[in-house]
Design a protein around this ligand. Structure first.
Ligand SMILES: [Fe+2]
Ligand SMILES: [Fe+2]
Length: 333
């Protein structure tokens, strides 16, 4: 099959960039594309193990949130309740792009405004793949995968029909894991907190934030039960374990906050809180590895005595944290 994947990826990048707004609800400008790549990489990792069609996964994953930037604030009823559709999905205000391309023109022509983004995304996936001349036995399953990335309240027989193909289950699992479980979710939590601190004009209390984390992790245990594959459950377990051990280490670091803010996880987390106006996990992770860590390693060479010992252990924890962060970004379980 001829593939236009690279062109489609550029189309997605171009489409996301048509909006100027930097923060909407629990998302921000660079979140959409970062999240899309992570979901795609994790889906491909899972697909290898579960024998999913890699071409379908690659294309459907890159397109799955293509209409997500239209989502503005959650619609509220006059009584202040979230407005939901018949399957229980929250509805959002429609946020129009600042500029247009043929994807947004297609969105208008197909009158997709007001649809929940998995439905409008599935329509656009079908039409975009048609436009590039892919065969129908590729386009239909790909659009179905996009449609399935949100799961509504439906009768069991409808559910079974929607999630029959392994590719649909894989994308659902990887899209649910990314914002909710593991270090990728940790960063989202950091930036949600950073965003509300920015709004209030109040600084973050790092120690207080660290002490709030065990509760946050426990609230994520339930995502395991939402998984549609056994592998998805295993990845949830692995990521929850990884996250718990990071939080344990952060708690331990509070005993020596000064040295650990310089060399340890406390310092790395503090760095992840920076640039709340326009954050990006992928940029932050690269900065940690390429700038932050080398600077600390340089400073470390001048330390001696007991400080040196603690700094060495702290640096070791941070190196491992940065390595695991890149692992998850790159789609490792
Ligand atoms: Fe989505
Ligand atoms: Fe998504």
């Amino acid at each position: 099959m001829a593939t236009y994947y690279d062109e489609i990826e550029q189309l997605v990048i171009g489409t996301f960039s048509l909006w100027e707004v930097t923060r909407v609800g629990f998302s921000w400008r660079k979140y959409y594309l970062n999240h899309t790549y992570r979901v795609q990489r994790l889906a491909l990792t899972m697909g290898q193990e579960l024998d999913g069609d890699a071409d379908v996964l690659r294309h459907s994953a890159i397109l799955h949130d293509i209409t997500k930037r239209y989502d503005g604030a959650i619609l509220k009823s006059p009584e202040g309740k979230n407005v939901v559709d018949e399957e229980g999905f929250w509805l959002n205000e429609t946020m129009l792009p600042a500029r247009h391309n043929w994807v947004t023109e297609l969105y208008d022509r197909l009158e997709l405004g007001g649809q929940v983004h998995h439905l409008s995304g599935a329509s656009l996936t079908q039409h975009i793949l048609d436009e590039y001349g892919y065969p129908q036995n590729f386009n239909k399953p790909s659009a179905k995968v996009v449609r399935g990335h949100l799961k509504g309240k439906v009768p069991p027989e409808v559910h079974d029909e929607r999630y029959k193909e392994v590719e649909v289950r894989i994308l659902y699992d990887s899209d649910t894991i990314d914002p909710n479980v593991g270090l990728t979710a940790f960063y989202r939590n950091i930036q949600i907190n950073a965003g509300s601190a920015l709004k209030k004009g109040a600084p973050i209390d790092l120690a207080e934030y660290v002490r709030s984390l065990p509760r946050w992790i426990s609230a994520k245990d339930s995502f395991r039960e939402q998984m549609l594959t056994e592998l998805g459950k295993q990845i949830c377990d692995l990521r929850q374990q990884r996250m718990r051990s990071v939080v344990d280490q952060l708690h331990g670091e509070l005993e020596r906050p000064e040295i650990n803010r310089q060399y340890g996880l406390l310092g790395a987390v503090e760095h992840l809180f920076t640039n709340p106006e326009d954050p990006s996990l992928h940029e932050h992770a690269d900065e940690l590895r390429d700038v932050w860590l080398p600077e600390r390693e340089q400073a470390f060479s001048a330390e001696d005595g007991e400080t040196r010992e603690h700094a060495e252990a702290a640096l070791q924890r941070t190196r491992e944290f940065i390595r695991m962060l890149h692992g998850e970004i790159n789609g490792q379980p």
